[in-house]
Ligand binder design. Structure first.
Ligand SMILES: Nc1ncnc2c1ncn2[C@@H]1O[C@H](COP(=O)(O)OP(=O)(O)O)[C@@H](O)[C@H]1O
Ligand SMILES: [Mg+2]
Length: 509
């Protein structure tokens, strides 16, 4: 995608440098000694200089050593002053309409756009534009003298013309005014940067890879946010998918989720022997809320279980299901073996990706392996304590349903992920959703055989039970989805707040 406003973002990056230099000047001007020095100098200005036939030289360099330092600090560094002056000209001559269009494009709220625009170019208020306009004639006039100060290695022996001295004198006279102007100017600019970077949004061209019940999984094509230096924080990385998590408002919770996200993967790989793609975790702060993305190396979407299962014939679909069962076996045996760590898993077919040994798209070979991808809800318990704060995921649910859901389903839903039989029920029942009902009887048979080899006490599954469960599960999630839509309506129309969650399209059942 071409960035039509590249010139404006470059302009802003340049202004950042300009304002950095302005702040540097102010810091110097605000030193108490400088202020004092300057007032003394103003009072004794003409007694400082000796008029000779060549021009003015400082009377007694030794006595006035500190005055010289002050003069140097204020009037030296010609290069920096030139940049400041360039920056000011750029502000004054910038295409204001385009600037406004740029704001409109990146700031969602129209009042916020006007507010930001007015900081720069407002006509009814003091703006950066008016302040900078005042600075320009001074800068123009004094730039030559700044140059002289830089050139003079030894100011004590430097000769100033009558014109230079008059210039210096007049700067000193209006010094307080210049200082005030600069302070206001930089404060305005700071306000602009803070608010603009906070409000900045960029259209992210998204390719939605899948809707889970919890997250929307997307691949970003372009876009991002900006930091205070106007540098874009790019989310663009073609090899990664990003799972947008429910918004979180506490840094502690973000850190906890981050650790759980990494640790869960480690446990699956190291302790259980289940393959998981490489992962990374990113978050951005906006309006006090953290937007969290769980990143994962992208695997061929064509090979994600639910996509794959639609293409496979019965024999191969069953082979796939048996591969899932053998992954679950590893997991089950681990939980049985290790009493301090208990791991939860979501066995749905859409959470497994086939890595075909020979690249085949339509059959499941004996050397093919599975990857598990649904790690963004890292459920595991250490000494019986759930490591993930499940309340975070309740934030995905509208406030008016939260307590009902907490009371009715939360514990039940969580516990299911730790129980082999429930995980398998869920996996099979999802075949209804994937429109492969025809596979269900064979899967039940395979599962029952599998249970008998694992643990005699596990009750065999029946078709009736699976069908009943599907109705129940579907109901719960349909309620969730519906509730989120109602919440979107209430939040957008009534509270006029921007909806913070990305809503999945209607999930077909
Ligand atoms: N690493 C990945 N590579 C390719 N597609 C992925 C990847 N991770 C997730 N997806 C797609 O997104 C869907 C949902 O992702 P998942 O991690 O299972 O989230 P949820 O918790 O919302 O179910 C998957 O079924 C798959 O289609
Ligand atoms: Mg999933």
């Amino acid at each position: 995608m071409v960035d039509d406003y590249k010139d404006i973002s470059e302009h802003l990056v340049f202004l950042n440098k300009v304002y950095e230099l302005k702040r540097k000047r102010i810091r110097f001007m605000q030193l108490a000694t400088v202020d004092r020095q300057l007032h003394t100098m103003a009072d004794n200005f003409y007694s400082l200089w000796n008029k000779t036939s060549k021009g003015f030289i400082l009377k007694d360099a030794h006595i006035h050593e500190s005055s010289i330092d002050t003069l140097k600090g204020l009037f030296g560094l010609h290069d920096e002053i030139t940049i400041i002056s360039k920056g000011n000209k750029a502000i004054l001559t910038f295409d204001k309409i385009r600037f406004y269009q740029y704001l409109v494009r990146h700031v969602a709220n129209i009042n916020a756009c006007s507010y930001l625009y007015n900081i720069f170019y407002g006509e009814e208020n003091i703006s950066i534009n008016t302040l900078v306009k005042e600075q320009l004639p001074y800068l123009e006039r004094y730039i030559p003298i700044f140059k002289k100060f830089d050139k003079a290695k030894d100011i004590a022996s430097f000769v100033f013309s009558q014109f230079d001295i008059e210039n210096l004198w007049s700067i000193i006279e209006i010094y307080d005014k210049i200082k005030d102007n600069l302070i206001k100017d930089t404060a305005f600019y700071k306000q602009f940067v803070n608010d603009f970077t906070r409000l900045y949004r960029e259209d992210i061209a998204l390719k939605i890879l899948g809707y889970g019940e919890i997250s929307t999984v997307m691949q970003t094509i372009h876009g991002g946010q900006i930091d205070k230096t106007f540098l874009k924080i790019q989310l663009y990385e073609p090899d990664w998918v990003w799972k947008r998590m429910p918004p979180i408002n506490s840094f502690q919770d973000v850190e906890t989720l981050k650790n759980a996200y990494h640790e869960y993967r480690e446990i699956l790989i190291q302790k259980i022997g289940i393959q998981v793609p490489e992962q990374q975790f990113r978050y951005f702060k906006n309006n006090g809320w953290y937007t969290v993305y769980a990143g994962q190396k992208k695997i061929n979407p064509q090979m994600v279980g639910n996509v794959l299962v639609k293409r496979l014939d019965q024999v191969n679909a069953l082979a796939l299901f048996n591969k899932v069962l053998s992954e679950l076996q590893r997991w089950y045996l681990f939980n049985k073996r290790d009493s301090s760590i208990q791991v939860g898993i979501d066995g749905q077919i859409s959470n497994w990706v086939l890595l075909s040994a020979d690249g085949a798209l339509n059959y499941v070979g004996s050397n093919d392996t599975l990857f598990y991808i649904d790690t963004s809800t890292p459920l595991y318990r250490i000494n019986g304590v759930e490591q993930l704060n499940a309340e975070l995921f309740l934030k995905n649910i509208p406030w008016f349903l939260r307590s009902i859901i907490r009371a009715l389903f939360l514990q039940e839903v969580l516990d299911r992920y730790y129980d082999l039989r429930s995980v398998v029920v869920d996996c099979i029942a999802n075949l209804y959703k994937e429109k492969r009902e025809d596979l269900i009887p064979a899967c039940i048979k395979a599962a029952n055989y599998f249970f008998s080899t694992m643990d005699e006490s596990i009750q065999p599954l029946t078709l009736h039970e699976i069908a009943k469960y599907y109705q129940g599960d579907a109901f719960i999630w349909r309620l969730f989805q519906f509730a989120r839509k109602v919440d979107k309506f209430v939040t957008e129309r009534i509270f006029q707040k921007k909806y913070m969650y990305r809503l999945p399209k209607k999930i077909e059942r």
